[in-house]
Design a binder for this molecule. Structure first.
Ligand code: FRU
Length: 738
């Protein structure tokens, strides 16, 4: 049972686990993890990162992992390796310098991770795609602008980006090639910067300190806006006429290049495109196996005093919308979170309901199992009870046969002549027989809890063996007029004993089992039946039922005389239709009293034709104590009345004719009619004739003789005699006065 329950709960737990898994699975489909390795951390990188993030919002399944190397090769190499280690699906990298980062990029690529190189170049061929603006062209256009701005004449300083980084190299090459076309423009100094404002400031400051007499400088080209502003700071500190400052990046926002140009802090800048969203789309296309461009060139534009205002407005509008988009996304993700929580809640609720159902089913199964065990126990107890009942029967029967006859002997006159010693001895036997009965009763009660197996088979044999002896159907030398009692018992001694009690008062019939008893009950229609319960062939309960079911015998009172002393056995007995239940060992007086009482209380329908009977036949009970007739008996009497009334004009009508019409033998009809009415069929036929005659005399003009013949009397004088006997007057006196 316990293992079953355990299995059951294991099953319920598994269901819960599956539900949990379903809940979590449904929440995350396949995610793309994209690593972004930035060489620096500044406002340009910030802008690009947030564009990448906005791009990712359009793809539910993209997760971005950012890293910034703060212009350090070593740090960037380390960061790339660790991003790869976290299991990214694609790497976006802006390498700090052309050659230094390549080995880390190669390692990622060799692991099968697609690599997008962005904005800065590398000397490795192991990359999946490249996206960026043309830095050479940018430098070249800036050189052209400077020449034009200075009207082909002027002295300039160039402050470079980080040494070894591709934009620094390309912008320098483009710038210098353009300047070379303009001989009036002289590059006074090329200073090495590293893209940061403080370095540019320091480099320019040092140069100015060293070259105090270098003469007027007309323009400083910083390779990005921060560099140009660093140079400006140094010049401002040095005092004197400030040159023009040009940079690159042209970012929107507070400290961005566009505003610096508009505020005339810078003379010009060049928009260096970030395009994070476009970069993210390229990454997703690669991951999803869609077609993509290996090399993407981003377009760019110069920012000057002429267009700075418009560009600023536009870019600020874009920034505003980006911020709206961010807020929208924030809201959307809040809703999504709520939705997710609700979904989890639903799954948990479902799981709880399932668990509850499983629990209920478990409890139901448990009770089912318990009921089964209880049934088996009840069955065993019943078998045990049957066994002990059998044992009880076997013990009580011989006890009855000792105790009863002994009691009887002690009561008889003959015995009074016995010696005192003999009487004393018999008293001892009697006392001890009663004592033994008590002990057996107690022992059987106590034994109810003892398993049958504990008794040896020899013990069982010893107490269950009994040989039935065939009974003679009718006991000879009996008083024919006495009421008939049928004794049904398989034990010959019991029959003998019962006979000794009943004979003299009753005419006796005997049967050794229910089957034979039933035959006798139908043939002889006795006035009462005393039957054992436990018998071969047909037991007493079945026998009693059959007796009560059969139209011929249904009226006969049945006393069950049995060793089955338990209350439930008595109930069974009464349910089978028994009129009385007496347990063994029994008192003969009780049995006699019960028989007498049952015979007395038979309900007899005496006044079948609405006439007072002339004489009482047997001692009849008062109406109050009589048992009401059953529907079977009512039906029998009605059919008898009908048959009699239809045929009474026939003066030759005999009891045999009536019996034959009712499908019975003469004896059967006689005894059944006698038992139910107290009169014989012949008496009843005569009464029916007289009742009809009385009616005809009162209602017709027929003469007395005609009436006599009509109601089946062969002789009018005999009719007159019978009429006078019945009604106390002669027929002529019955006529109504005209
Ligand atoms: C940002 C930045 C920009 C510059 C670019 C060159 O990190 O320094 O200012 O234009 O990188 O790669």
């Amino acid at each position: 049972m316990l293992t079953k329950m355990r299995k059951y709960y294991h099953f319920a737990f598994t269901i819960l686990m599956i539900m949990g898994l379903l809940a979590s699975c449904s929440q995350d489909e396949k995610k793309y993890r994209i690593g972004v390795s930035q060489c620096s951390d500044d406002i340009w990188r910030d802008k690009q990162n947030s564009e990448l993030q906005i791009g990712a919002y359009f793809h539910d399944n993209v997760e971005l992992r950012f890293a910034a190397a703060y212009d350090s090769d070593e740090r960037q190499i380390q960061q790339i390796d660790s991003l790869v280690g976290t299991g990214i699906d694609l790497l976006i990298v802006a390498p700090n310098q052309v050659s230094t980062i390549s080995p880390a990029i190669d390692r990622a690529y060799d692991k099968g991770i697609p690599v997008i190189v962005f904005e800065r170049k590398t000397n490795t061929k192991k990359y999946t795609a490249y996206m960026g603006a043309d830095n050479y062209e940018m430098g070249h256009l800036m050189g052209e602008y400077v020449a034009t701005r200075l009207n082909e004449r002027g002295r300039i300083i160039e402050v470079m980006g980080l040494k070894g980084s591709s934009p620094a190299i390309e912008r320098h090459n483009g710038f210098r090639e353009a300047i070379a076309q303009h001989p009036g423009i002289q590059v006074v100094a090329t200073l090495q910067g590293d893209w940061t404002e403080p370095t540019a400031y320091n480099m320019v400051k040092q140069w100015l300190d060293k070259n105090k007499d270098a003469g007027k400088i007309d323009l400083v080209f910083g390779m990005n806006d921060r560099t140009a502003m660093g140079a400006r700071k140094a010049f401002e500190e040095a005092g004197g006429i400030l040159p023009l400052f040009c940079g690159i990046d042209g970012l929107p926002g507070e400290n961005g290049g566009i505003r610096l140009v508009q505020d005339s802090l810078l003379d010009a800048s060049y928009i260096y495109p970030t395009h994070g969203d476009q970069l993210l789309q390229l990454a997703v296309d690669i991951l999803e196996g869609k077609p993509y461009e290996k090399e993407t060139k981003l377009m760019s534009a110069l920012v000057t005093q002429d267009n700075a205002r418009v560009l600023l407005m536009e870019s600020e509008e874009i920034m505003r919308q980006s911020s709206n988009l961010e807020q929208l996304h924030e809201k959307a993700s809040q809703y999504l979170d709520q939705l997710g929580n609700q979904r989890t809640l639903i799954f948990v609720a479902l799981a709880a309901i399932l668990l509850l159902l499983a629990l209920l089913a478990g409890i139901y199964m448990y009770y089912l199992q318990r009921a089964r065990i209880q049934d088996e126990r009840t069955k065993m107890e019943r078998e045990q009870l049957d066994f002990y009942t059998q044992v009880s029967h076997e013990l009580r029967t011989p006890l009855s046969l000792i105790q009863g006859p002994l009691d009887q002997l002690l009561r008889t006159n003959d015995f009074r002549g016995a010696s005192d010693e003999a009487r004393e001895l018999f008293s001892i036997v009697r006392r001890n027989t009663h004592h033994l009965t008590g002990i057996i009763n107690k022992m059987l009660d106590a034994q109810m809890g003892t398993p049958i197996q504990e008794m040896t088979s020899a013990q069982v044999d010893a107490i269950t063996v009994s040989q039935p002896i065939a009974a003679p159907a009718e006991v000879p030398d009996q008083d024919e007029d006495a009421p008939t009692v049928l004794i049904v018992d398989d034990n010959a001694d019991i029959r003998t004993y019962l006979r000794s009690i009943l004979q003299g008062q009753y005419r006796l019939l005997e049967a050794e089992d229910g089957q034979r008893g039933l035959e006798l009950a139908r043939e002889q229609v006795p006035d009462l039946i005393v039957s054992d319960v436990m018998m071969p062939v047909m037991n007493g309960l079945e026998f009693c039922q059959q007796v009560k079911k059969d139209g011929i015998s249904s009226h006969i009172p049945v006393i069950l005389l049995t060793a089955r002393a338990l209350e439930k056995h008595q109930i069974e007995g009464y349910e089978s239709g028994a009129d009385a239940y007496i347990t063994k060992p029994f008192s003969p007086e009780l049995l006699l009293a019960r028989i007498d009482n049952l015979l007395q209380s038979r309900h007899q329908l005496k006044d079948l034709w609405g006439m007072k009977p002339a004489t009482e036949t047997t001692a009849a009970p008062s109406e109050a104590t009589a048992t009401a007739p059953t529907p079977t008996e009512d039906a029998f009497i009605s059919s008898f009345k009908k048959i009699v009334e239809e045929r009474l004009s026939n003066s030759n009508l005999s009891v045999e004719d009536l019996a034959a019409n009712m499908g019975l033998s003469r004896v059967q009809l006689y005894r059944k009619v006698k038992a139910l009415t107290g009169s014989t069929p012949i008496d009843l036929l005569r009464k029916a004739r007289l009742a009809q005659a009385q009616k005809l005399l009162q209602e017709s003009t027929l003469s007395v003789s005609e009436v006599a013949y009509q109601v089946g009397f062969a002789s009018p004088s005999y009719f007159t005699k019978c009429y006078k006997d019945e009604f106390g007057i002669v027929p002529g006196e019955a006529r109504k006065p005209n």
